[in-house]
Ligand binder design. Structure first.
Ligand SMILES: [Zn+2]
Length: 96
């Protein structure tokens, strides 16, 4: 299936580079934007403790993946060039 989305990493010239995360889709906003959340453990040096936190990242959903994504599905996102003020990640894979 070929999509006409210019911000598609598979069918358009959107290159991904940098970091890759896996997380759960918490919300799908209009305009093919997904809020992806994943747990993270950070270390507070001052208090000498590990703390569990969550990170939320806004990611663009390419048109060819948009009908396969639901809230709660696990996805893989990759860093790309900034697509808007909030979005500099794109969904590259859907896990079952
Ligand atoms: Zn595509």
């Amino acid at each position: 299936m070929i999509c006409k989305d210019k911000r598609c990493p598979f069918h358009a010239k959107l290159s991904t580079r940098g970091r890759i995360f896996e997380g759960t889709v918490k919300k799908i906003s209009p305009g093919n934007r997904a809020v992806v959340e994943f747990p993270r453990v950070i270390y507070y040096k001052k208090y000498e403790r590990y703390v569990r936190t969550k990170t939320r990242i806004h990611a663009h959903i390419p048109a060819c993946l948009s009908n396969k994504i639901e809230e709660g599905s696990k996805v893989k996102i990759a860093e790309c060039r900034p697509l808007s003020k909030m979005i500099h990640f794109v969904v590259i894979e859907i896990k079952k």
